[in-house]
Write a protein that binds this ligand. Structure first.
Ligand SMILES: Cc1cc2nc3c(=O)[nH]c(=O)nc-3n(C[C@H](O)[C@H](O)[C@H](O)COP(=O)(O)O)c2cc1C
Length: 378
């Protein structure tokens, strides 16, 4: 096992200090997409670090990346929730963030198995609180011999949450639906709608819920506050909602695209409507996951299967896009929440809802903090 390597991030200065071997050494500031290349290319001797380089690429709400890792001894690690990364308005009970942590754990397990390691996981070893995640560990993971590589892992570098219109001339087939169901750990949690009338009903529900979120000041502001406007802002904070690229950067530099513009009545707010309305309309199928209850363990399990669903869709040439608004637990969303639970849950708790189809373009990767910044010292 490699010498334990811990890094201290002074992110505001864009400088990373390595504590490897007890010495402080400057490390090149990471570019926002570097972690995608590092996972495939870097080969630290410690199998936990090799697997963690993949795990930080997991899907997670608003790209908050709410994970912190403590390396324990030579063969174990503890996953801890970063309470600085809560979404108090749209995720008041940390349910969605817990699902994101489940995605992280499943990608960690698949990446460990790829190297021949079994990652044995104990969820919430010291218990949990249904109202909020706290300082207690989310999972304890022990690496041992015996992991069997899973073909799903091959899709990990290409997996995306595809916030794009899908091709309405290309339906999702029965065989594709069966392949997705077959990829899950708990096939009973899976639901799909491919029939035109049912899909139209869900499109309408997803759109109405989206409009409520965009028109609820506190919920909308939670998103606006997480926007990283322009490449320098994304590089300084590679999380949240990146608004960047060759077209947008000059507008941001000229002061034409600001946080104020994103508020109701502003031009950015209208642009968001103009982008989301046709996107949700261009949805040939929906898929969802629903669990018998709503315990923390079930939320983690839903996250593990969402990651598997996303990988299986990628492997099948399909795109998956979570649309979570109707599943969110704040007062203004109560109507769509009830409708969604009745239609998708059927007595169970609907945990995830996503658009499924063939995307009209390639979805770009999203930024990540480097793994080093998520490892706890001491
Ligand atoms: C529990 C959960 C809920 C999410 N809800 C939404 C959503 O409502 N709308 C959306 O566009 N993306 C949603 N996402 C996707 C995240 O925005 C995405 O995972 C994150 O930005 C990282 O991007 P990537 O998945 O392409 O790597 C959700 C992801 C998770 C795990």
């Amino acid at each position: 096992m490699a010498t334990r390597r811990t890094l201290l991030a002074t992110a505001s200065a864009g400088l990373w200090l390595s504590l490897a071997d007890g010495w402080l050494r400057p490390v090149r500031a990471a570019a926002p997409l570097d972690p995608w290349n590092q996972a495939a290319a870097a080969a630290p001797a410690d199998p936990r670090l090799r697997a963690l380089l993949w795990a930080v690429l997991a899907p997670n709400p608003h790209n908050r990346q709410p994970w912190l890792i403590r390396l324990d001894g030579d063969d174990a690690l503890t996953l801890v929730f970063d309470r600085e990364r809560r979404l108090p308005v749209t995720d008041p009970f940390d349910r969605q963030l817990t699902i994101g942590l489940g995605c992280f754990l499943e990608l960690l397990r698949l990446a460990a198995a790829q190297q021949g390691f079994a990652a044995a996981m104990t969820p919430f070893p010291e218990g949990s609180d249904a109202r909020a995640l706290d300082a207690r560990p989310v999972a304890r993971v022990v690496f041992g011999p015996g992991g069997q590589p899973d073909p799903l892992f091959a899709a990990a570098p290409h997996r995306r949450s595809a916030k794009l219109p899908f091709d309405m001339t290309r339906p999702v087939t029965t065989a594709e639906e069966a392949a997705l169901r077959g990829a899950l750990l708990d096939a009973a949690s899976f639901g799909a709608e491919r029939e035109a009338g049912g899909v139209a009903t869900l499109r309408d529900l997803a759109w109405r819920a989206w409009v409520i979120e965009a028109g609820t000041p506190a919920a909308h502001l939670e998103s606006v506050d997480l926007m990283r406007l322009g490449t320098p802002a994304v590089a300084a904070q590679p999380d949240g909602i990146p608004v960047w690229g060759p077209q947008l950067d000059p507008m941001i530099a000229r002061g034409e695209l600001t946080r104020a513009a994103m508020l109701p009545g502003g031009p950015g707010h209208r642009v968001m409507f103009d982008r989301y309305r046709p996107m949700i309309a261009a949805t040939p199928a929906f898929v969802w996951l629903a669990t018998p209850g709503n315990t923390r363990g079930e939320q983690l399990a839903a996250g593990r299967d969402w990651l598997r669903l996303n990988l299986a869709a990628t492997a099948a040439g399909l795109a998956l896009h979570p649309v979570s608004q109707a599943l969110q637990e704040y007062p203004e969303m109560a109507g769509p929440f009830r409708e969604a639970q009745a239609r998708l849950g059927g007595g169970r708790q609907a945990q995830m809802l996503g658009r499924l189809g063939v995307a009209m373009a390639a979805a770009p990767p999203t930024p990540r903090w480097p793994l080093e910044s998520r490892i706890l010292r001491g």
